[in-house]
Design a binder for this molecule. Structure first.
Ligand code: SAM
Ligand code: SF4
Ligand code: SF4
Length: 378
């Protein structure tokens, strides 16, 4: 038995009164103003990254002197776990660790081991997953697996070394990410998901080779439309290669047919190879928004709660944890008081949620102020 598979009664969440089965998925949950339950939490463990992807943290803007969060402002593992526990009590079933680049956070497997002990109100394990640029996966895949990480998604924008080096902004060789993916597979992550952001004029020629490679590897490949996240990447609608165009390119060489969604809220549109050679997904965040099914919240590295990837403002959970009297509380009464304050904030914020940015997007909205994706948690 793997270490994380054993239920830990001390870590089990207590059922939260007041959560009623909702029409969305029939399970108890916290509905927002459009009836979307809170089901997923993306947890950013750091705002730092070793890459400077042109579409996320362009090197010209995020140079050597860019001020990332000081250590003291970043949530501790204990703080993250106690916040995650509250979210799980409120109906969250999936936790995704992200960043910045999550693998640059020291001792990350220790956090994973803590999160792996959480249980849903009806006693199930949570779905624990992580998104990484793969650069440090060779060394960390095994310790993360042993700590209880269930699934991993690797971002990879091209197999062409020249294209990849230029897109990651630090001349990082693609082979090292491929080595990381191989190490993840050896550690038991199977299947591995791979995300590829497609940007016009940059890596369109990599679409079909990536599709062929993923088929051979048995990896689940998801193409992501280039989004107007943050304001630093200079996004323009013309840079977007739409899901339809991506599918057409693949279909011309490897014929495709549509596949059914696995579950409501699945963001990727799935397509099957007609020859039975697996499937690919496209995430049409720009051309086919899916806000109606969006059940995701984000927790930034500094402890702010965001209810939309395009939000300009977060809600400060860290302030509640570090409030005088309850900060670092080991006393059961104080810890319960602190958790109740977090629960109240999350409950109130989610119930008031009306976000649907992608459904309302225009060229004009893409210039509105908002938090960068690496800072919020991608
Ligand atoms: N550093 C990790 C990584 O790259 O996998 C995790 C954080 S990153 C912000 C999360 C995901 O967001 C990655 O798959 C990345 O490709 C994607 N992403 C970043 N900027 C994007 C953009 N402008 N449009 C679409 N996807 C983007
Ligand atoms: Fe770093 Fe991920 Fe952003 Fe690339 S997409 S700069 S790897 S946080
Ligand atoms: Fe969810 Fe906001 Fe994205 Fe819509 S725009 S899918 S509400 S994160």
């Amino acid at each position: 038995m793997e270490p994380h598979a054993r239920p830990d009664p001390a870590a089990a969440a207590t059922p939260t009164p007041g959560l009623v089965a909702n029409e969305f998925d029939g399970k108890p949950g916290l509905p927002d103003r459009f009836g979307r339950p809170l089901r997923d939490l993306r947890i950013s463990v750091t705002d730092r990254c070793n890459f400077r992807c042109t579409y996320c943290m362009p090197a010209e803007i995020f140079g050597r002197d860019f001020a990332f969060l000081p250590h003291s402002e970043v949530l501790t593992f204990e703080e993250i776990t106690s916040i995650a526990r509250v979210f799980v009590e409120l109906g969250v079933e999936k936790l995704r660790i992200t960043g910045g680049e999550p693998l640059v956070r020291r001792d990350l497997p220790t956090l994973l081991a803590q999160l792996a002990r959480l249980r849903t109100p009806d006693g199930r394990e949570v779905d624990l997953t992580l998104t990484t640029n793969g650069s440090a996966l060779k060394a960390l895949a095994r310790p993360l697996r042993d700590a209880g990480l269930k699934r991993v998604t690797v971002s990879l924008d091209s197999l062409d070394d020249e294209v990849f080096r230029s897109m990651n902004g630090i001349d990082f060789p693609v082979q090292r990410v491929l080595d990381g993916i191989a190490a993840a597979r050896e550690a038991g992550f199977d299947p591995i998901k791979v995300n590829m952001v497609v940007k016009r004029g940059t890596n369109e020629e990599s679409i079909v080779p990536m599709a062929r490679w993923a088929r051979e590897q048995g990896a689940i490949l998801r193409f992501i439309e280039y989004m107007d996240v943050g304001t630093a990447n200079g996004w323009a609608m013309d840079d977007v290669v739409t899901a339809k165009q991506i599918v057409a390119r693949i279909d011309a060489e490897l014929p495709l047919e549509p596949a059914q969604a696995n579950y409501r809220g699945e963001v990727a549109e799935r397509w099957r190879y007609k020859d039975g050679g697996g499937e690919v997904g496209v995430i049409a965040s720009v051309s086919g928004p899916f806000c109606g099914d969006c059940t995701r919240a984000r927790l930034s590295a500094e402890g702010k709660l965001y209810t939309c990837l395009f939000a300009a403002k977060g809600h400060d959970i860290r302030a509640l944890l570090r409030a005088e009297g309850t900060a670092g509380a080991t006393d059961a009464g104080l810890a319960a008081e602190r958790d109740a304050a977090v629960r109240e904030l999350v409950d109130r914020t989610w119930r008031a949620r009306v976000d649907r940015y992608s459904e309302l997007r225009t060229e004009a909205t893409s210039h509105l102020p908002r938090v960068e994706m690496f800072a919020m948690g991608g």
